[in-house]
Design a binder for this molecule. Structure first.
Ligand code: NAI
Ligand code: MG
Length: 374
């Protein structure tokens, strides 16, 4: 695919912003990425801490001479501010063209109003598999040597949002009703994806996590289908299953018993945050949303409004997401360099952001990694 020409959102003058490889339009503040690589990719700075950590990632990618030719597009609250839409058409068109995106977190207001933009993006591009690794990078925490991968079904389950209220008397919200949806085809696809992933990455064991004792149809179908698919992998992988509440407790008691976990949408969301807690918190875990025609890489965490704008966010999760993106485009040389520089910065230079007990700002942390790459 040929690199796309630089977009021009309005006639405002362009000015540089930080030392990131992008420019900002002085009139509409749209950020236009300046990547000069050969692989077209969409960059969504996102909300809250998003632009801060995306800025840090861009500096590191610049130092790595990463091959991406960025098209910067907006989403979330930034999309609403720019053109009244949390998922602007220009953003969708760009991802459709590039099939590859790096995304900062997007804010979804709780309660009425907009549907989660993250969920809409996953549906729009049929990103059926959400891969979330959690690995110890900073020794001396509560748990050592954690190396887990959670694979979450990303399109179905309770996330389909089949919900409504029933009004009784004067109370419009007297009853809330919600139902989920799982299909055998999707349960099969995510199971095959997981077992193939485990074999390809030299993993030994996969645990199927469910609540088939209570949600007998919804997660019973998931368990039944995953177990049927598992038969094809006999001799290659050890495959067992656990009920989700027990799994949550076992992850705290003895996380080393797990290797790869595959589960439904909501359980995957919850357990992946729990797994982030095993390796130092949400600043440490990346995610890849994989579909047949597109892949979107992001941090597991959200827009962290409590620390946004203070320059203290940890960009590690998004840097690790970028490493997954480099793996995805088969640039393992660059992802290895990035992971090595990140590990040296955290472990040998002891440069860490506040969430890890350090005092480095987002920018100082990014500069330390760039120095390591030097
Ligand atoms: P959150 O992940 O934004 O924050 C939870 C806690 O972790 C906060 O105390 C925050 O300061 C801390 N934290 C998160 N990332 C950090 C980082 N990189 N460095 C240091 N500390 C970090 O979750 P919350 O508060 O539940 O959600 C805030 C917003 O983000 C909501 O609108 C939610 O819908 C959205 N969200 C978006 C996601 C996405 O775009 N993929 C994922 C999760 C939430
Ligand atoms: Mg989550």
């Amino acid at each position: 695919m040929l690199p796309m020409p630089m977009p021009t959102p309005c006639s405002g003058r362009m000015r540089s912003r930080h030392c990131a490889p992008w420019q900002e339009c002085s009139r509409c503040q749209t950020l236009l990425a300046m990547g000069r690589g050969t692989i077209p990719a969409t960059l969504i700075p996102g909300d809250g801490i998003g632009p801060e950590i995306v800025g840090a990632v861009c500096q590191v990618l610049d130092a790595l001479d990463a091959p991406f030719d960025w098209e910067t597009r907006q989403g979330g609250m930034a999309g609403i501010e720019e053109c009244g839409d949390p998922l602007p058409q220009a953003t969708l068109d760009s991802i459709r063209r590039t099939g590859l995106a790096l995304k900062g977190p997007l804010t979804t207001p709780i309660g009425g109003g907009y549907r989660s933009v993250n969920v809409r993006l996953r549906e729009e591009f049929q990103l059926f598999a959400n891969v979330r690794p959690a690995r110890t990078l900073v020794p001396g925490g509560r748990y050592e040597n954690i190396d887990l991968v959670l694979i979450r079904e990303n399109l179905e389950g309770l996330y389909v949002g089949f919900e409504h209220y029933i009004s009784i008397g004067g109370d419009q919200h007297a009853v809330a009703l919600g139902s989920g949806l799982n299909t055998r085809a999707e349960c099969r696809r995510i199971s095959e994806f997981t077992f193939d992933y485990a074999v390809k990455h030299g993993r030994k064991k996969v645990t199927i996590v469910h609540k088939a004792n209570v949600l007998k149809a919804l997660t019973g179908l998931f368990l039944e289908t995953a177990q049927a698919v598992a038969k094809k992998y006999a001799g290659q992988l050890e495959i067992n299953d656990k009920i989700v509440d027990n799994c949550a407790m076992q992850l705290v008691l003895n996380p080393w018993q797990f290797d790869v976990i595959v589960t439904t949408n909501l359980f995957g969301d919850i357990l992946s945050d729990e797994m982030a807690g095993l390796v130092g918190g949400l600043g440490m875990t990346p995610g890849a949303n994989i579909g047949e025609k597109a892949a979107i890489f992001e941090a597991v965490h959200g827009s962290a409004p409590d620390i946004a704008g203070r320059g203290i966010a940890n960009p590690t999760a998004l840097l690790l997401a970028t490493a997954l993106m480099l793996d995805h485009v088969e640039r393992h040389d660059l992802s290895d360099r990035l992971r090595r520089a990140l590990t040296s910065t955290l472990q040998e230079d002891n440069v860490r952001t506040r969430d890890l007990g350090g005092s480095a700002s987002t920018q100082e942390f990014a500069r330390a990694i760039v120095k390591r790459l030097g």
